[in-house]
Design a protein around this ligand. Structure first.
Ligand SMILES: Cc1cc2nc3c(=O)[nH]c(=O)nc-3n(C[C@H](O)[C@H](O)[C@H](O)COP(=O)(O)OP(=O)(O)OC[C@H]3O[C@@H](n4cnc5c(N)ncnc54)[C@H](O)[C@@H]3O)c2cc1C
Length: 419
């Protein structure tokens, strides 16, 4: 079982600085920086290696091809304390943070066995419920979710609004008795049909009436099987065990007890879901990039068609080395973003950069690996091409790279807005 992290002990270094014209000396306190992982962090990162001895890429692929959720593997990670990594211990979790969650998911992805459920359930729903839920919500939802008995999904995307979330039309109107009727639809919702609960992002005040366009949104915890809800699977070509669904809400009855956080102030919490989502998606991308490259290195070191192994050809070696460099840089940025999140500091710039970098790097990594395998890369036996759709997805979803660059250009660099 995971143990709560012991707070790191930093030894501050005091430096005396003569500030030139100023009359007094300044004392700067510098906290030492350490890029080494603690033993516990190494253990979390390496957990995927031991899990893959039982639930390997072959098992994962068989589940994904049948679109069957890998229940045994999920159950094992729940029993080992990882599903509830970010949930306080009092509610069945490990009481750790985004940093540990990132290491866990990256370690699984290094072995080619990522699950989107850890993104949408563990990170985007269970973490925020632990941080912002009422006592009753925490007790009601978290222990079972941490134990792997129930699952959560997250619904924000709407077909007509697309990337422009502000235009979302799903609406929860207040009834005379202080309850809500939810109407509207969501699309591409991963795992809705198999999940027990969802966090649904809904307007409770229309865009026209909201003071600011980010106001008027409320997050509801919704029973996915509630009366008035219908869902239809959307067949996609991305090889993952989880299915995507279109979801329709017709007068779904919700109460104040289903509101996560404050009515009309959902965006305050939403950013606590979306930045972590970008970080954890980066971890999947960098892990899968490493997985593809490790297969390529093994293959290219053996395969000989002219003189010597093909891995000696710089035409194959340099794209791999370049992708390896990009992957490690993206990984560093995702860990920095995770660390900032845990410190309670803004991580939006880093989370977006990590997501952008990981999406690009993992595409390059899989492509470079594929080239090493020649025709074998496209066979089911070697399974390299099968890795591609998921890493390519990350260029488009959860947020397309163009919007990520818009954010960096506008909010990080101060350039004018284009849209
Ligand atoms: C497999 C899968 C799983 C998903 N899981 C979930 C989930 O669990 N929950 C959920 O809520 N959603 C989920 N989604 C939805 C996903 O987040 C959206 O598909 C994604 O945000 C893009 O929205 P869109 O498809 O409407 O594209 P659109 O908004 O139609 O955009 C199309 C393209 O236009 C470009 N573009 C758009 N706006 C701009 C701009 N301002 N500047 C420059 N270029 C721009 C981008 O290149 C973008 O790719 C999932 C999607 C997929 C495919």
């Amino acid at each position: 079982m995971l143990q709560r992290r012991k707070s790191a002990i930093h030894t501050p270094i005091h430096i005396l600085v003569n500030p030139g014209l100023a009359t007094s000396w300044l004392i700067l306190e510098i906290n030492s920086m350490d890029f080494r992982f603690s033993d516990e962090h190494k253990m979390i990162l390496e957990y995927g290696n031991s899990l893959a001895k039982t639930y390997d890429r072959k098992y994962w692929t068989q589940c994904a091809e049948r679109r069957a959720f890998p229940q045994e593997m999920y159950q094992q990670t729940a029993a080992d304390g990882f599903v509830g990594t970010m949930v306080p211990e009092a509610y069945g979790g490990a009481g750790l943070g985004m940093f540990e969650m990132t290491l866990f998911v990256e370690g699984l992805s290094n072995n080619g066995i990522p699950l989107l459920t850890y993104v949408i359930g563990s990170v985007m729903c269970m973490g925020p419920i632990g941080d912002y839920g009422t006592e009753e919500q925490k007790q009601r939802y978290l222990p079972d979710a941490c134990a792997g008995k129930t699952r959560f999904c997250f619904a924000i995307t709407e077909a007509d609004a697309g990337t422009n979330t502000m235009n979302a039309k799903t609406f929860a109107s207040k009834t005379k008795d202080g309850r809500y009727k939810l109407n509207g639809n969501k699309t591409f919702i991963t795992d809705w049909g198999e999940s027990d609960y969802a966090i649904v992002v809904s307007r409770t005040t229309s865009l026209a009436d909201a003071g600011k366009k980010t106001e008027g949104f409320t997050l509801f915890i919704v029973d996915t099987k509630a009366k008035g809800i219908e869902c239809q699977p959307i067949p996609t070509s991305v090889l993952v065990p989880e299915m995507q669904y279109q979801v329709f809400f017709d007068d779904v009855d919700l109460g104040p007890e289903d509101v996560l956080g404050e009515v009309d102030k959902g965006f305050n919490i939403l950013f606590e879901c979306l930045n972590p989502e970008r970080i954890i998606v980066s971890a999947i991308g960098t892990g899968l990039g490493r997985f593809a490259m490790s297969k390529a290195v093994e293959y290219a070191s053996e395969r000989t068609v002219f003189k010597g192994p093909i891995g000696a050809y710089q035409a194959l070696q340099h794209p791999l080395a370049k992708a390896k460099t990009e992957i490690e840089m993206a990984s560093l940025m995702s860990l920095k973003a995770a660390w900032l999140f845990d410190e309670g500091e803004s991580c939006a710039a880093e989370a977006n950069m990590a997501k952008y970098a990981a999406a690009e790097a993992s595409i390059h990594a899989v492509d470079a690996s594929l080239q090493c395998f020649g025709g074998n890369g496209f066979t089911k036996e070697y399974g390299i091409y099968d890795i591609y759709p998921l890493v390519r997805l990350f260029k488009t979803a959860p947020l397309n790279n163009e919007m990520v660059l818009n954010y960096i250009g506008e909010h990080v660099m101060g350039l004018p807005r284009s849209y």
